[in-house]
Ligand binder design. Sequence first.
Ligand code: SF4
Ligand code: SF4
Length: 180
Amino acid sequence: MPGSGLAEEVRRISGQNIEQCYHCHKCTAGCPVIEGMSFGPDRMLRMVALDDREVLLQSQDIWLCSGCYTCITHCPNEIDVSRVMDALRQIAIAEGSAIGEHDALLFHKLFMGVVQRLGRSHEAATLGLFKVRSHTPLIQDMGAGLNLFMRGKVPILPKYSRKTAAQVHQMFQKSKLEDK
Ligand code: SF4
Ligand code: SF4
């Protein structure tokens, strides 16, 4: 039902007019991670409208979305589902909901921590931290990692700029103040 509690919150945070969704299924048909999802983007928008709060906020689907923007390119109503997913993650964390995909949240936190510290992303640092914190064997995926390293896609050392790091740090501080 449009105007329900969750729908209002999602609309406010994401800025998306989810009531314009007429469930044509195009977003779900193009979603690259749909195989791992229980509901998929189309059905999740319906659940938001129906205020199916608990199931949605505890679902793994909100953590599996990779934010690839495929759905907005397929959507006839230009609904950016990735922003809706962001909003649902934000609400789930704020409410202390049971997290449906712990590793995804851990990776997200580590990624943001690296960006905040270095002023830019650094795949090797993020992956190293993730392996340690998630207790994943270090040699798992070693072949793929080595391949990327040999192609120069994963530099061992980050390109650090004090000026950029200071600007990014300011952005994080500003965002914290705005959240209060
Ligand atoms: S493509 Fe757009 S209108 Fe169609 S189901 Fe997905 S969000 Fe709704
Ligand atoms: S943004 Fe998320 S929900 Fe949309 S197609 Fe990509 S992975 Fe799927």
